[in-house]
Design a protein around this ligand. Structure first.
Ligand code: PAF
Length: 280
């Protein structure tokens, strides 16, 4: 596996691959790789000749008081995992390689960036969209893969790619879960043993809410309210639990068929998100 830190060097390599007619799959990450990331790499290998993974803890997607400084950086272990998984290139830029000090341009996907996680993390999705757009311009992949766990992020990236005519296919990959049901996340490492047990209740409560919706047991609002209370009862501080249409994350109506139930909670000092998508 080649490790490339510099934008000019990766551009040169990409050009050579493109000239040879090779297809490129790209997995952008912030490192601290777990089974969920490795599932993205596995899919990437299956759909293209070459796989590029980036590790870049992107400062612009962290708000004031969030965990940018303490975000787990596990470079050596990450590299070993990527080598074992047959990745061609690890792109490892420094902050100065990605952001010039006098940068004036950001990418904002209106409306949907302000809902759900965007409401409690102002500016977060502009940071994500901007860095992903820049990484796409650098790596110029044919396909880019993202976890369905970050459903709102994936939706925003799909809209950005459509609106800006970026020539890349976006592929969503299923969430990988612990045997307890807890969705894999780099932030799970912040949880204490007790919190880890409570954390698995998030997916269970999402499943109960999904089943109530499928059974038409009560109105969507009632399901959301009951799930919110259930989250509180097991010890979470819920941020939101919302039933949306999966195409654009607008509030679901009874006419919508493809649905996603999005949730975010706080547990101690950790913020957890998860979702469940299904058809009715
Ligand atoms: O999902 C992530 O790890 C990040 O938000 C991403 C897409 C790599 C952008 O920094």
């Amino acid at each position: 596996m080649q490790i490339i830190k510099n934008v000019c060097d990766i551009r040169e390599l990409i050009k050579a691959w493109q000239a040879a007619g090779e297809t490129i799959a790209f997995v952008p990450t912030m490192g601290n790789l777990h089974a969920g990331h490795l599932q993205l790499v596995k899919r990437a290998k299956a759909v293209a000749n070459r796989v590029v993974v980036s590790i870049f803890v992107n400062p612009t997607q962290f708000g004031v008081g969030e965990d940018f400084e303490t975000y787990p950086r596990t470079e050596k272990a990450d590299q070993e995992k990527l080598i074992a998984d047959g990745v061609d290139v690890l792109f490892l830029p420094a902050v100065d390689d990605i952001y010039t000090v006098d940068a004036r341009t950001t990418v904002t996907v209106a409306e949907v960036s302000e809902w759900y996680c965007g409401a409690s993390r102002p500016g977060h999705f502009a940071g994500v969209a901007t860095v992903v757009c820049k990484l796409f311009n650098i790596v110029q992949p044919d396909i880019a893969l993202f976890g369905l766990k970050d459903f709102q992020q994936l939706t925003i990236i799909r809209i950005m790619v459509r609106d800006l005519n970026i020539p890349v296919e976006i592929m969503g990959v299923d969430t990988v879960r612990e045997s307890s049901g807890l969705a894999m996340s780099s932030r799970n490492g912040y949880l204490t043993d007790h919190e880890n047990q409570v954390a698995s209740e998030l997916y269970r409560i999402l499943c109960v809410a999904r089943d109530a919706i499928l059974e038409d047991a009560c109105s969507y609002n009632e399901v959301e309210n009951q799930a919110f209370v259930a989250l509180q009862e097991v010890g979470f501080k819920p941020d939101y639990i919302s039933l949306c249409r999966s195409c654009d994350l607008k509030k679901a109506t009874p006419e919508d068929r493809d649905l996603v139930l999005l949730a975010a909670v706080r547990l101690g000092k950790t913020r957890l998100i998860d979702n469940i998508y299904f058809s009715k």
